[in-house]
Design a binder for this molecule. Structure first.
Ligand code: F6R
Length: 596
């Protein structure tokens, strides 16, 4: 869950690396560092904190045309300057940045590096010390690098500099994301194309188990055992402005504002020439051929999966199980005869989900990935991919990707269901307008945040049926960015234990958008109010009552989650702002969770 960059070319590397790391900060932001190579050798700068803190310690005068950089989300060793990357070998000949986790680093240390004093607590340092160890035994750098890689168990994306080789960045990958970029007079390395769009939009995918020599004029890809591989670059269709905040104070606010446009774009992307909603025929056939769908996802994407289950069951008549990826991987349920696995992942890189996909492929079952990132690991490794078309989501808290996941799931289920009597295209257009009304109600959401969440310790979100799934997502949004302890509950479950936590002024957000259970959830609201709760009812037009705090526009019952989540996102945003939290980069979190 770290980000790495590398530059080898005609220009001064320092600023390119720092700018690249700024674009990767979403992947980790507890410490950062760069290494610059010039005639004098390799110089490392690192610092605890953000890239702006790193900038303060980088020598403004240093020049060099080759360099590597890293932004860290700590796994092994606390976030501090010593554990920050780059790490160097004992003689400082080799310098490395690494994203991933080396599971057998203790063993390797014991077996090969007993006499080498380690500088840091990281698993990464073992890699660079091993390369040095093997090169001291007489291997060339590439041989020592390959031998080291062959010993590693776990995940890695690595960029390595050798002080004695001024021409090359040694690169390798296993399970962690990594791309190589082809520039004009330079070649680059990055965990995510966004980091190097400043230099090029031509990128080459690197596959697991490959080693790459990145030189100024050429890129050489080979397998771990040395067989050469030819692979053409592809064009990344991202506009640099897509990844800028513009006039917005936070990416999260920008991304919430983009949601109506995202729904409209999805309608367009999934419409055929006749203007009807459609999906790829092979995916349609896979869905029709399945006797059960297994949705696998984590966090917000899991919450989208819960809604997706309703879509598939109600619109397509296909039974669905939804599983948290970190759980199912180690405890596969009894599968049906013809299962289809659907992986939902904004980033397409989530390690928990990926380990399930690997198992699913071993078992020989078909898999479809629904992701926002074309070419991501989960997309490449599944049989089929459907894209979210939400544009880059930079804020750690997912907003527009969740709404996009719901829209795509609805379309897929609708197309798979063929004969559904819902006019989904029209209904989604109504949803886009309703979301617009919601994002235009920011002032009201700010007021609600102040009214209900000022100085509170905890908060509850309740709902039934679809509203329950959105309650889970609303609670996750609030806790991750404002650090208020928040829980989402099925309204009916409260009285089975949790209601004991309701005391004077406890905020309870209740969603009322499902006609079939509207009276029941109103009953639950009465129960908490009777125990002193400060209840904020958000209902849908047609189901609203006089004291409701906010009424969302009427949309199709199945599609309410796309709209009712928006006030919860906005309320969380304003609560976090009020508390002075770092909205886009909440503590302890990273956007792309590439460790299990
Ligand atoms: C919360 C959030 C996370 C992610 C989760 C899975 O706002 O973004 O809960 O949903 O880490 O990530 P993806 O969707 O990239 O697989």
């Amino acid at each position: 869950m770290c980000g790495i960059v590398g530059y080898n070319g005609n220009l001064d590397a320092k600023e390119i690396l720092l700018k690249g790391l700024e674009k990767l900060e979403y992947r980790g932001y507890d410490s950062a560092g760069i290494a610059i190579r010039n005639k004098e050798g390799v110089t490392v700068f690192k610092e605890k904190g953000r890239i702006k803190d790193l900038r303060n310690v980088v020598d403004g005068e240093i020049k060099g045309n080759i360099g590597i950089g890293h932004t860290r989300w700590a796994t092994h060793g606390v976030p501090n300057k010593i554990n920050a990357h780059p790490h160097q070998s004992a003689t400082k000949r080799f310098t490395i940045v690494h994203n991933g986790v080396i599971e057998n680093y203790h063993l390797l240390k014991k077996q090969y590096l007993n006499n080498i004093p380690m500088q840091s607590e990281t698993d990464t340092e073992v890699i660079v010390q091993l390369v040095e160890q093997f090169s001291k035994e007489g291997l060339s750098t590439i041989e020592a690098f390959r031998k080291t890689l062959s010993l590693l168990h776990g995940s890695y994306a690595i960029a390595l500099l050798d002080e004695e080789d001024g021409d090359t960045i040694y690169v390798a990958k296993n399970k962690s994301p990594l791309l190589v970029g082809v520039g004009d007079g330079c070649n680059v390395v990055a965990s995510d194309a966004m980091a190097m769009l400043q230099v090029t939009n031509q990128f080459i995918e690197i596959h697991d188990g490959e080693v790459v020599l990145v030189q100024k004029e050429k890129i050489e890809i080979s397998t771990l055992d040395g067989q050469k591989i030819e692979r053409k670059p592809y064009t990344v269709e991202l506009d640099a402005s897509d990844i800028e905040k513009g006039t917005y104070p936070h990416y999260m606010l920008k991304e919430m504002d983009e949601q109506p446009g995202v729904v409209r774009k999805i309608i367009q992307e999934y419409s055929n020439e006749a203007g009807e909603l459609s999906i790829d025929e092979a995916i349609f056939a896979a869905l029709r051929g399945a006797d059960r769908i297994y949705i696998i996802a984590a966090g917000t994407s899991y919450h989208a999966g819960l809604v997706g289950k309703e879509y598939f069951e109600k619109l397509a008549g296909i039974p669905v199980e939804v599983h948290i990826s970190s759980e199912i991987g180690y405890n596969m349920p009894l599968l049906s005869e013809k299962p289809l696995f659907i992986f939902i992942s904004q980033s397409g890189e989530t390690a928990d989900s990926r380990q399930v996909l690997v198992k699913v492929k071993e078992l020989g079952h078909p898999a479809l990935t629904i992701t926002n990132v074309a070419g991501s690991t989960l997309s490449r490794e599944a049989d089929y991919t459907l894209l979210l078309h939400a544009g880059p989501e930079i804020a750690v808290a997912s907003t527009k990707a969740y709404v996009a996941q719901l829209a795509v799931l609805a379309i897929v289920a609708y197309v798979a269901g063929e004969g559904s009597d819902v006019d989904l295209k029209k209904e989604l257009a109504i949803v886009a307008n309703a979301i617009q009304t919601m994002v235009d109600s920011k002032d009201e959401m700010q007021k609600i945040a102040l009214e209900y969440l000022n100085n509170v310790r905890n908060a509850f979100f309740i709902g039934r049926n679809m509203d329950y799934y959105v309650s889970l997502e609303g609670a996750l949004k609030l806790k991750e960015i404002s650090y208020i302890q928040a829980e989402g509950f099925a309204g009916g479950e409260l009285k089975h234990g949790t209601i004991a936590l309701i005391e004077e002024e406890t905020p309870v957000f209740a969603l009322v958008t499902q006609e079939a259970v509207a009276l029941n959830i109103r009953g639950n609201v009465k129960e908490v109010v009777a125990r002193g709760a400060n209840a904020c009812v958000i209902s849908m037009e047609g189901l609203n009552e006089e004291d409701d705090r906010f009424v969302i526009p009427k949309v199709h019952t199945l599609l309410t989650p796309l709209v009712s989540v928006v006030p919860l996102q906005l309320i969380s945003y304003y609560a976090a702002l009020e508390r002075g939290c770092d909205v886009d980069k909440p503590r302890n979190l990273a956007k792309s969770v590439t460790v299990e």
